[in-house]
Design a protein around this ligand. Sequence first.
Ligand code: GRF
Length: 190
Amino acid sequence: MILISGGGSNMAAIVRAAEREQWARHFDARVAAVISNKADAGGLALAQAQGIATAVVAHQDYPSREAFDATLADAIDAHAPALVVLAGFMRILTPGFVARYEGRLLNIHPSLLPAFPGLHTHRRAIEAGCKVAGLTVHQVTVDLDHGPILAQAVVPILSDDTPETLAARVLAQEHRVYPQAIASWLSETN
Ligand code: GRF
């Protein structure tokens, strides 16, 4: 199960890896569905083109985070997934939701955690004068962007980098590392 909010390039990379590496055969695993909190998320069409079930649970239709998360959990549980993967899913989840999926809820964050949790990671890394940036795949816990780390990758920050050029360099590594981390999780839990 993959949750997205936007373009879904990480989701697409995971779907490609699942096919290329035959996760169905090796781990008895497939991408059950893709759920977005935004109806206009570009990743929905990408998933549909791959024949993957999609759903939208639009956060603005709900009066509270708890109400949104309860409906989201119902949509997820309809597929009984072993693993819930946040891939550019831009909503903070309630403690109750996180507890429900504890140990099987992964996120990718575009910084070298514990540095730069939260938003605008690339701009902040450049402004801080960092020489390297990167990404972190981690388990989701109630402490935002602070769960146990499963994988990281480092990229250089070049002197002429903008947040956009740095983001593109990090994103290319996200597409490589997130599928690897998921495959490792699947092999360890199988
Ligand atoms: C990625 O950089 C992810 O780390 C961040 O949002 C971006 C999502 O990109 N949280 P995409 O939707 O996977 O293309």
